[in-house]
Design a protein around this ligand. Structure first.
Ligand code: MG
Length: 289
């Protein structure tokens, strides 16, 4: 059994989410950027990691992931998926065999980055983005001003990029440009191959988690974020299940469901296959406004 979970806005949260003053929280990342979990969620993560294979699956770069002291010091982890699936860490070290495979697939299947950025620059002339940064030589991200973002133009770019095997994701003020071969599910499948594990419970809140959520045996998403927004925009036609609560306490719901799952009576509604195949949400469609 393997629990594969996104981190930011799924298990850990920035201070913008700390509105619920009835919950006890702990800082899990301190320094230039601080993020939090509820104390209960932190305890549940430690409990789960001691029972089954828990694999954090984050879009953060390796360096950004390493800033989360909780996962460095308070949870025992063998595998970590970083860089949105572009890097697989085993006992803290980058697995070079996996990385070389990803680099090879990138060269073979996706438009070269220079060409993608050149096309993207055509819609970034009106000052709605800050400096574009490259993440672990795999993908790009930048901060955006949503009030100035030309979402129609971005939608057109997204459609074009999808044909070049790139994906666009907007999460709050962050916009990501990610090659499709760099995805969390590819890394989780690699772990499944290596460990012989078969059953996966996945959790995540963004389009960059969707392939993993659809590929897993069971999935659960917070009632907030990019996927939940899309769920509401598409008349609820998504084969995903969302928590009852939005915000930081969604993590506790997800983790409690994982424990129920390990106790062997999973809720069938969490199984993607139990939903109508035709209604499954497709990635790479449009960018939300
Ligand atoms: Mg997230």
């Amino acid at each position: 059994m393997l629990f594969a979970s996104d981190l930011d806005r799924t298990l850990i949260y920035s201070d913008r989410f700390l509105k619920e003053d009835h919950v006890t929280i702990k800082a899990v990342e301190q320094g230039g950027y601080t993020s939090y979990m509820t104390l209960r969620a932190a305890e549940l993560v430690q409990f789960i990691a001691a029972q089954i294979l828990f694999v954090p699956c984050t879009t953060r770069t390796i360096e950004q992931y390493q800033r989360i002291q909780f996962f460095q010091n308070e949870v025992s982890l063998k595998y970590v998926v970083a860089s949105n699936g572009g890097n697989l860490l085993i006992n803290g070290a980058v697995d070079q065999t996996y990385r070389q495979k990803i680099d090879r697939e990138l060269r073979q299947n996706c438009l070269p980055t220079d060409d993608l950025i050149k096309e993207f620059s055509k819609i970034t002339t009106s000052g709605w983005i800050e400096q574009i940064k490259e993440a672990d030589q795999l993908f790009f991200y930048c901060l955006i001003d949503r009030s100035k973002t030309p979402f129609d133009e971005l939608r057109c770019f997204d459609n074009w990029a999808a044909k070049q095997n790139w994906q666009v994701s907007t999460q709050g003020r962050k916009l990501y440009l990610v090659p499709k071969v760099v995805n969390k599910w590819a890394a989780v499948k690699e772990i499944l191959n290596r460990t012989g594990e078969r059953e996966v419970f996945a959790a995540g809140d963004s389009l960059l988690d969707l392939q993993m959520l659809n590929g897993a045996s069971y999935s659960f998403c917070p009632q907030h974020g990019e996927l939940y927004d899309r769920y509401r925009q598409t008349s609820n036609e998504m084969a995903l299940r969302f928590t009852d609560s939005p915000g930081i306490t969604a993590a506790e719901e997800i983790l409690t469901a994982v424990i129920r799952w390990t106790d062997s009576t999973p809720d069938p509604a969490m199984k993607p296959e139990s939903k109508k195949e035709g209604s499954r949400f497709k990635e790479g469609s449009t960018v939300q406004s």
